[in-house]
Design a protein around this ligand. Structure first.
Ligand SMILES: *Cc1c(COP(=O)(O)O)cnc(C)c1O
Length: 370
């Protein structure tokens, strides 16, 4: 008689996935460590909290929750289209942009294909690649960022998709408009380029590539955006892809019709109009970045220059110990050994007093060990 074996039953690609290491909720940590007022600078969330306009819209939306959401996301897509100068049929909505990243891979990649991404790039790229059973090609980074020439050179007969994060998480590195444009132009059009721009709102208008407009010239380009960072909606799960209409058509065939719920649809729509909140988010981020950089410079710690809402600091081989000590001092940051950066810690930019809590804890810990 055959026996039940969960491992053997699972698809090969899934069997080899490691479980996602989620951070503990603040409340649970506070109870565990017996401390209060823990500062969380670990997940690149927006430290401003929910926008007041979005909150009001959500309250008004709640009474409609007995109905299914609008499967086409009509109002949100119209808003996105008008804000970014697009056609509605170029847009695919996602339950966060992670949903988009998985959707593009499942629509276009199979187990005969190769997928290219950079070393130290966002963890979801190898994850979705492996889940499908495709072969992931991690191209060694250059100065912690994408080495576009090496990525071009890594293209083979089997290459189907290339993921680029700009800015990248967890390194914060950034590719210029010229570099990106030249790269996309050189990628053969039977290979899709997925440009993940989760942090682009933090990049100045002068530096930010007009990537969505490029889709008209490059039908093999898919741009992904999220509401989780500068728009402050991480808990609601909202993101979208911009592509050639024919690409969006296929993405939308596989997309679950209700992947964005009524609350996230409405919140994202209102967030796109909340220019004050966005401007404040960017300003708080600039100030906090300057605050952390000043501390690093004064302390002699090196860091990777960042275009995102976080700073990745080189703290040396004791990074894991330092992370634990910071935790006990009430500050949660992100160890990134899993990204092949065992000597670094990633610190999300918080409010002024939160950044200061990190700085004070670092001073105490480093002072005690010197
Ligand atoms: C945070 C982040 C995202 C956003 O994920 P969501 O699913 O939209 O919350 C996407 N890409 C990168 C590189 C990120 O760091």
């Amino acid at each position: 008689m055959s026996e039940f074996n969960a491992q053997q039953l699972a698809n090969a690609g899934i069997r080899n996935l490691s479980p996602y290491q989620a951070g503990k909720p603040i409340e649970e940590l506070e109870r565990e460590l017996g401390i209060k007022n823990i500062v969380k600078l670990a997940s690149n969330e927006n430290p401003l909290g929910l926008s007041a306009k979005v909150k009001q819209a959500l309250i008004e939306q709640i009474s409609g929750l007995a109905r299914y959401p609008d499967a086409n996301g009509f109002y949100l897509k119209s808003k996105i289209a008008s804000k970014f100068g697009l056609q509605v049929n170029q847009i695919t909505l996602g339950n966060g942009s992670n949903d988009i990243l998985e959707l593009v891979a499942r629509t276009y990649v199979n187990d005969q294909h190769e997928v290219i991404y950079s070393q130290h790039a966002f963890v979801v790229y190898p994850l979705v690649t492996q889940a499908i059973g495709a072969k992931g090609i991690a191209v060694p980074a250059k100065n912690y960022g994408h080495d576009l020439e090496a990525m071009l050179a890594a293209i083979s007969d089997r290459t189907k998709m290339i993921f680029i994060a700009n800015p990248n998480n967890p390194t914060g590195t950034f590719l210029s408009t010229q570099q990106l444009y030249a790269f996309i132009k050189q990628v053969p059009q039977h290979i899709l380029v997925v440009l993940d721009e989760a942090y682009s709102e933090y990049v100045s208008a002068a530096e930010c590539a007009p990537s969505m407009a490029w889709v008209a010239e490059f039908p093999h380009l898919i741009v992904s955006r999220t509401f989780s960072k500068a728009y402050g909606l991480a808990g609601l799960r909202a993101g979208f892809a911009v592509s050639h209409a024919s690409v969006a058509d296929y993405l939308n065939r596989l997309r679950q019709p209700f992947n964005m719920n009524s609350l996230s649809l409405r919140a994202a729509e209102v967030a796109l109009d909340d220019d004050d909140y966005l401007a404040q988010s960017v300003q708080i981020n600039q100030q906090g970045m300057a605050q952390l950089i000043a501390f690093c410079d004064a302390t002699g710690l090196s860091y990777i220059p960042s275009w995102g809402n976080f700073l990745t600091i080189e703290v040396g081989p004791e990074a894991a110990t330092l992370y634990q000590k910071l935790l006990h001092a009430g500050v949660i940051v992100r160890p990134i050994a899993g990204y092949e950066l065992p000597n670094h810690l990633r610190v999300s930019i918080g409010l002024q007093h939160e950044n200061q809590a990190f700085i004070d804890a670092m001073k105490t810990i480093l002072g005690a060990s010197r």
